[in-house]
Design a protein around this ligand. Structure first.
Ligand SMILES: [Zn+2]
Length: 344
C-alpha cells in the first residue's frame, strides 16, 4: 500500500480534548512502521484552483482568513488554528494524489491510501462542519473527472453520513455516492429515501444501520446493496471515504465493527473494484480510538496478499513468505482499548 502523507497535516490542532487530534496520524504511522511494503509519498498541497472545483471562493477566503488570524471556532465541533489553512490544503492535495494514482491503475500493494487530516466528508461547498474544512473525497472525484474519467463512485464507510459529499453530487449523474452509517448519529442525514435528484436520480445510496448491526450488518450492506449498485454504475475509479469510527472500540459510535470486519470491508471493496474494472483509492476520514485506528488502517493490505505472493514468487522463482502477510498475522489478537485515550 502506498500512503500519501505530509507533516503539515500534524499541525492542524483543534485543541486539548478534541477527538480529531494530530496523534491520530502519528499512531497510524507507528502502526505501519514495522510493516513491509509500506511506502510514502508527499503529494503537493491543493492550490486555490483545485479547491475551487468543489468550494466557493468566498468560503475558501474565510477559511484562509480564520487561520491567518491565528485560528478560532468555526462551529461547536470545527476549530481552526494558525496551521489549518496549510494542513487542509495538504489534506486535499493528498486526496488528489490518491485519485490520480487510482486512475493510473495503481493496485495491489500500490493501492493509494491518503493519510490526511483534517477529514473532509462533512464539508459543504460553502461551509465547514463536523471537523471538516475541505471535502477531500469530493476533490478527489473532481480530479478524476477533470483528468478524463467519465464516472466516479465514492463509497463512504465512516460511521457518520457524509452529508457534504452527498450534497455536492446530489444532482450529478457522473458521481455515485454510497454511504453506510449508524442511524441517528451526527449529522442526522443519510436516510434511505435520499437517492438523488435530476440527472443525479438514483446516484445516491444510503444504508443507515442500527447501533447493534456490527460486522454482519456492514457485510450485508456491501454484499447486498453497495457492491451491486457500484458495479452497475460502472465507475472508472472508486474513492473510499475510509473512516474507522464504526470500530467497536471507538468512543463516539455504537455500531461495533471489528478490526477484522474492516479487513473484510476492504476485501469487499477490492472485489467490487475488480468487478467494475475500476481504479481504487482510500482517503482517511474519522476514527477516534487510536489503537483501533492504527490496527485498522493497515488492513486494506490484506486484500492484496495473493497478488503480493505472485509477485514475490515470480521475482526469485520460488515462493517466499510475503512481507505484508507477516505484518497481517501479527495483528491476529483481540483488540484492546488504548489505556491512554480519554475523550473530553
Ligand atoms: Zn465519522
Amino acid at each position: 500500500m502506498n500512503f500519501g502523507y505530509r507533516e503539515a497535516c500534524l499541525e492542524h490542532d483543534p485543541g486539548e480534548g478534541h477527538p480529531e487530534r494530530p496523534s491520530r496520524l502519528r499512531r497510524i504511522r507507528r502502526a505501519l512502521a514495522d510493516r513491509h511494503g509500506v511506502e510514502y509519498a508527499a503529494p503537493e498541497p491543493a492550490d486555490r484552483r483545485e479547491l475551487l472545483t468543489v468550494h466557493d471562493s468566498g468560503y475558501i477566503d474565510a477559511v484562509e482568513s480564520l487561520a491567518g488570524a491565528g485560528g478560532g471556532r468555526w462551529d461547536g465541533d470545527t476549530v481552526a488554528n494558525a496551521a489549518t489553512w496549510t494542513a487542509a490544503r495538504a489534506s486535499a492535495g493528498i486526496a488528489r494524489w490518491v485519485a490520480l494514482r487510482a486512475l493510473a491503475g495503481a493496485d495491489g500493494t500500490e493501492t493509494p491510501f491518503g493519510l490526511g487530516r483534517p477529514p473532509g466528508h462533512h464539508a459543504l461547498s460553502d461551509d465547514a462542519m463536523g471537523f471538516c474544512f475541505f471535502n477531500n473525497a469530493a476533490i478527489a472525484a473532481e480530479t478524476v473527472l477533470r483528468a478524463g474519467a467519465d464516472r466516479v463512485a465514492i463509497v463512504d464507510w465512516d460511521v457518520h453520513h457524509g452529508n457534504g459529499t452527498q450534497e455536492l453530487f446530489y444532482d450529478r449523474g457522473d458521481v455515485f455516492y454510497a454511504s453506510v452509517h449508524e442511524t441517528d448519529l451526527y449529522p442526522s442525514t443519510g436516510r434511505t429515501e435520499e437517492t438523488g435528484v435530476g440527472p443525479g436520480a438514483e446516484t445516491t445510496l444510503n444504508v443507515p444501520l442500527p447501533g447493534a448491526a456490527g460486522d454482519p450488518g456492514y457485510r450485508a450492506a456491501f454484499a447486498e446493496a453497495i457492491g451491486p449498485a457500484v458495479v452497475a454504475f460502472d465507475p472508472d475509479v472508486i474513492v473510499v471515504s475510509a473512516g474507522f469510527d464504526a470500530h467497536e472500540n471507538d468512543p463516539i459510535s455504537a455500531v461495533g465493527v471489528s478490526t477484522e470486519g474492516y479487513a473484510r470491508l476492504a476485501a469487499a471493496i477490492r472485489a467490487v473494484a475488480a468487478d467494475a474494472d475500476a481504479g481504487l483509492g482510500f482517503v482517511l476520514e474519522g476514527g477516534y480510538d487510536l489503537a483501533a485506528l492504527g490496527d485498522s488502517v493497515g488492513r486494506p493490505l490484506s486484500g492484496s496478499r495473493h497478488r503480493v505472493a505472485e509477485r514475490q514468487t515470480s521475482q526469485d522463482g520460488r515462493a517466499t513468505r510475503p512481507g505484508v502477510l507477516s505484518g497481517y498475522a501479527r495483528r491476529q489478537r483481540p483488540a484492546v482499548r488504548d489505556p491512554v485515550i480519554e475523550i473530553a
